[in-house]
Design a protein around this ligand. Structure first.
Ligand code: MN
Length: 319
């Protein structure tokens, strides 16, 4: 998925409070954004309050939404650098195509992990013209400096570890939780967990106290450390927690993300994660000139062009 807004803002990871060393309960309202034609999503990260949670630097929640014939998701070919896109499909199907030649349909319960490294292009399209339903989360993971120029790669994970926990079903999306380790190859210490319940449930989820964490309700309502969460609110939990208590009275679905506080300053603009203005400008010019990134074959959707970067003010004016 992709940042489609024409007036997209620069997000600088130092332009918000530092990672909280101690437990916190901070409620952060997600804002809405457009991806593809007519798809409104909730974007919980980055926000003015929190630019990152560990290495997780972007958290979009799409749906659940029913769409009409021919109105499925279509995000045309667009580039990425410096990050991994992590797609968690909850309902529906989407075709991923990239400049490495991968064509992969992602289905419920599966993860697509695309490591952009020094540069990749992908497109995401509804599989058919039939009406359907979409519910997904797409997160981005900032690559640490030592890995951000690596060769691009793509992995599809059809099956993830699932652990029952106090009436919830926990799916370990990334990292290690509840004694299980997800297969996704990541380059910073982090964790991602989907918790689903079909009726009332109560669990205490063990956490790594060295990580900062956040919780986001996707469907229904849940209480996390006594805070009532419904879709659209991210609860930032800070570091230093060995566990969190999660309860629900009825069917619900929520995400827990966490990771070691990311020490490098990260710039995020459009579909790029970088460290300097020069890197952003070069990636933008390369993409708009058709250089460097390669191309995606087979997508029915037109290629996206980058918005104008010339008016973006960079905090340090760094070149
Ligand atoms: Mn994308």
């Amino acid at each position: 998925m992709s940042e489609l807004e024409r007036n997209c803002q620069l997000s600088d990871s130092t332009d918000c409070p530092p990672s909280a060393a101690a437990p916190r309960l901070e409620r952060i309202e997600a804002h809405t954004a457009q991806i593809g034609e007519g798809f409104t999503i909730r974007r919980a990260v980055p926000s003015r309050q929190r630019r990152m949670v560990g290495a997780w630097c972007f958290l979009d929640h799409a749906g659940p939404v029913d769409y009409a014939p021919g109105k499925g998701l279509h995000v045309g070919p667009h580039p990425h650098i410096g990050l991994q896109t992590f797609t968690w499909m909850i309902e529906g199907e989407v075709m991923h195509r990239d400049s490495l030649g991968y064509e992969q349909v992602i289905r419920p319960g599966q993860v697509n992990l695309m490591t952009a490294g020094k540069g990749i292009v992908h497109a995401e399209d509804a599989v058919t013209e039939a009406p359907g339903r979409l519910h997904a989360a797409q997160l981005w993971i900032a690559l640490p400096d030592a890995e951000r120029f690596r060769k691009p790669s793509f992995h599809h994970y059809p099956k993830l570890p699932i652990v029952p926990s106090g009436g919830f079903t926990a799916t370990v999306l990334a990292g290690t939780a509840l004694g299980e380790t997800a297969p996704a190859e990541v380059f910073s210490p982090l964790v991602g967990i989907d918790l689903t319940a079909t009726a009332s449930a109560q669990t205490t989820l063990p956490l790594n106290p060295a990580f900062e964490h956040a919780a986001l309700a996707l469907v229904g309502a849940a209480d996390v450390e006594g805070e009532h969460l419904t879709p659209g609110t991210l609860l930032y939990l800070g570091c230093g927690r060995k566990q969190i208590s999660i309860t629900c009275d009825a069917a619900t679905n929520l995400l827990i993300v966490g990771g070691e506080p990311f020490k490098e300053e990260v710039l995020l603009w459009w579909n790029f994660v970088a460290r300097t203005r020069d890197e952003m400008v070069k990636a933008t010019e390369d993409w708009n000139a058709g250089r460097h990134f390669g191309e995606v074959k087979g997508s029915p959707t037109p290629r996206l062009s980058a918005p104008d970067i010339s008016s973006i003010r960079f905090k340090h004016g760094r070149q």
